[in-house]
Write a protein that binds this ligand. Structure first.
Ligand code: ATP
Length: 235
């Protein structure tokens, strides 16, 4: 397994956000974490990327323990995080935003090649490379946020609610992009409230409810699960 979260708990002061969560991501494919508001999905991703401190448990990446490392060391190991609400730098241009994703990298020639690859994947970002990020549409900002994360050359990409607030046609576009990224060998952990989308894209799925892991399994099995259908798929 590329990533192993073992028995992880996070507290915010007295609030217990996640309790004894155990989950895994293999070196390729898409794993999804679904659940309602406040279930602990964002907290789980923040724990993996070092932004939330564990109060218990361990996180291992590529055979090494990472839960005591600062976020920039975790990025350098190969985990990139696209946060909820696609926080791009509003007053930087598209290209400047993309370059911030590579700030830890010293391999300048390879960075230039990766910038070119991102522009190939997202032609709209190339067209808008000198435009300020704040003037981009929601879908374009989501593409920019994903492009910026790819500039870190991750082995594991954490995506927090990439479909949030986007029109259905843009959501479809983002879904295709996520599949392509996965096919090129980057492991993906996708957090979504849109369970239909998440279960369609993912190979394996975890269900969080108020901080507890309540179900896990193959995404296609969970799609047929009665509880999942009633609680998350509107059946
Ligand atoms: P959503 O989809 O609504 O973002 P989520 O599943 O991502 O939900 P989290 O954001 O991880 O859930 O929140 C889990 C719990 O932790 C919630 O009860 C939330 O109120 C609490 N929480 C999250 N961040 C903080 C914080 N910085 N301080 C205090 N409590 C927090």
């Amino acid at each position: 397994m590329l990533l192993e979260v073992k028995d992880a708990s996070v507290n915010y002061q007295k609030v217990s956000a996640i309790r004894n969560i155990t989950l895994q991501a293999p070196a390729s494919g898409i794993v999804t974490i679904i659940g309602g508001n406040g279930a602990g999905k964002t907290t789980t991703l923040r724990a993996i990327s070092g932004l939330a401190k564990l109060s218990g448990g361990e996180i291992w990446f590529d055979g090494q323990r990472i839960d005591r490392l600062p976020p920039e060391k975790i990025v350098a190991r190969g985990i990139a995080h696209v946060p909820e609400g696609r926080r791009v730098f509003p007053d930087l241009t598209v290209e400047e935003n993309l370059r911030t994703g590579a700030f830890l990298r010293r391999d300048k020639v390879q960075v230039a090649a990766d910038l070119e690859a991102v522009f190939q994947r997202f032609p709209r970002l190339r067209e808008r490379r000198t435009q300020f990020a704040k003037t981009m549409s929601g879908g374009e900002q989501q593409m920019l946020a994903i492009g910026r994360a790819l500039m870190a050359k991750p082995r594991l990409l954490l995506l927090d609610e990439p479909s949030m607030g986007l029109a259905p046609v843009i959501v479809e576009e983002i879904a295709v992009i996520i599949e392509e990224i996965s096919k090129q060998g980057v492991a993906v952990i996708l957090v979504e409230q849109n369970a239909e989308l998440a279960l369609e894209l993912a190979d394996h799925a975890y269900v969080l409810e108020t901080g507890d892991l309540v179900l896990e399994g193959k995404a296609k099995d969970l799609h047929e699960n009665d509880h999942v259908r009633r609680a998350y798929l509107g059946a």
